[in-house]
Design a protein around this ligand. Structure first.
Ligand SMILES: Cc1cc2nc3c(=O)[nH]c(=O)nc-3n(C[C@H](O)[C@H](O)[C@H](O)COP(=O)(O)O)c2cc1C
Length: 441
């Protein structure tokens, strides 16, 4: 199979938006993260923009830290709807857009996950996808009878077996197993039932699944593991791969690394779509785009800005936001991102406020600010360089920032034949250009 000349687009929705100031924007419904009407509007926009799918990131607890104390009360990252419940409702309000949700292999059970996503695939007519995560926060562990998060090796070991069991359960029933023959009285064809009988290190699951083979054969699998064990699971099973990367060269290396692993799993490199996250601010002129960006940046609450720095770097709780980054600041968190941020602050003589505006607003996502032509030129450069197969759009705030993308960027991509004008199929798998799945022997 040759690489498609069309980009794939996902709309990643996390609460009311990815920008820390999203909820303070005058056009944003601050309680939108718990509103069906709010998500329905996002889904409507995603479908009008012919997005491949809507994606709900998820965590099993409040993962943000109350550091310094009191800052969490200024954050919108406190409430969110359970994703499968929400996507089931959105399935009834949409017809084409894919519906992808996150479920954790560390704090869930394979039978539950297999059943929920297979159900969503039936309800949506073949538009379901599961984002496989191992969870990363100890704030999730404490909600599941534990004091500490599982260690990474264990997590990925369990995840690998978890995915295998889910795939096995999804293969419980063959195509057309339910003959429903009223004359003979046969409800299902016994020859098309395969009971899993899984006994492994982490799970014992007899099966079969109580949901028949789904419209897509099985739901689509998404994944974002960046570590070696994460990449192994992704290369073996993922149909969609998320990544957050700012640097095109690093993205190309990641892309090549994941794609080269696929043949060992009997897969064509084009059977997996790698979609880096981007956050776009656009307008009819460059000045308008910049104004929208600067305006949102100006809404960052200093309490949240300082909290971002405390959680990313170390103790910034007593510094003056409009003073320079102190030379003697104690960096308790020496990650490569922390070192880069401090180097940047020193080189550009940033104030504390300027530093948190630079690193705080974007939540780790690459931002592009410009006219539709400029944004599409940037996206095309990444696509042509084989740094990606498309993008995971992570709106700064919804729905205004999504509407801008759909009204200004999508037509520009379509004019340049870089994106579909119409959905090609009815299932998510068909629209992503993925081959039909075979039932495992
Ligand atoms: C775009 C994107 C979305 C992600 N969504 C979630 C999520 O919804 N829930 C979650 O627990 N982790 C999420 N993650 C974290 C990943 O699952 C993974 O833990 C992370 O990329 C680090 O990889 P590693 O676990 O292999 O070190 C996401 C990562 C990225 C890049």
């Amino acid at each position: 199979m040759t690489r498609s000349d069309k980009m794939r687009l996902g709309l990643s929705t996390r609460g009311i938006g990815y920008h820390v100031a999203a909820w303070r924007h005058p056009d944003v419904m601050p309680g939108g993260a718990e509103s069906l009407a709010f998500f329905a509007e996002n889904a409507r926009l995603a479908e009008a923009g012919r997005f491949d799918f809507l994606f709900l990131a998820d965590g099993l607890g409040i993962r943000a830290h109350d550091n310094p104390p009191g800052s969490l009360a200024h954050s919108s990252e406190n409430v969110e709807l359970e994703p499968l419940t929400l996507l089931s409702a959105l399935a009834a309000l949409t017809t084409r857009v894919g519906l992808v949700a996150t479920a954790s292999t560390s704090y869930d059970q394979p039978f539950h996950v297999a059943r929920r996503f297979a159900s969503l695939d039936h309800i949506s007519g073949g538009r379901a996808g599961w984002n496989v995560v191992t969870s990363w926060s100890e704030m999730e562990a404490v909600n599941f009878n534990r004091e500490a998060h599982f260690e990474k090796g264990f997590r990925y070991d369990r995840a690998s077996e978890f995915v295998d069991v889910v795939l096995g359960l999804w293969d419980s029933w063959g195509e057309g197993a339910f003959v429903h023959d009223k004359a003979s009285g046969v409800f299902y064809d016994q020859a098309k039932l395969k009971t899993l009988h899984h006994r492994g290190e982490h799970f014992q699951v007899r099966g079969p699944l109580t949901v028949s083979r789904t419209p897509q054969g099985r739901p689509v699998i998404a994944h974002a593991g960046a570590s070696e064990p994460g990449r192994q699971i992704g290369a073996a099973h993922a149909d969609v791969y998320y990544v957050n990367e700012y640097d095109i060269e690093k993205a190309r290396i990641f892309y090549a690394d994941i794609k080269r692993r696929l043949p060992a799993h009997g897969r064509d490199p084009n059977d997996l779509k790698i979609l880096p996250g981007i956050q776009v601010f656009t307008g009819r002129t460059a000045a308008e785009a910049r104004e929208k960006f600067e305006y949102l940046q100006s809404l960052i609450d200093p309490v949240i800005g300082i909290a971002v720095l405390c959680n990313l770097l170390g103790d910034f709780s007593h510094v003056d936001p409009d003073g320079p980054v102190p030379d003697d600041i104690v960096l308790t968190l020496r990650t490569s991102n922390a070192d880069k941020a401090i180097e940047m602050a020193r080189a550009e003589k940033l104030t504390v406020r300027q530093l948190y505006q630079r690193v705080g607003g974007k939540a780790g996502i690459r931002q592009i600010v410009g006219t539709p032509e400029e944004v599409v030129r940037d996206m095309r450069t990444w696509f042509d360089a084989e740094a990606c197969d498309g993008f995971n759009i992570c709106p700064a705030f919804s729905p205004g920032n999504v509407r801008d993308f759909v009204e200004l960027i999508v037509p520009e991509l379509q004019t340049r034949k870089l994106f579909r004008a119409e959905y090609e199929g009815t299932t998510l798998r068909e629209n992503l250009g993925l081959p039909p799945v075979k039932r495992r022997a």
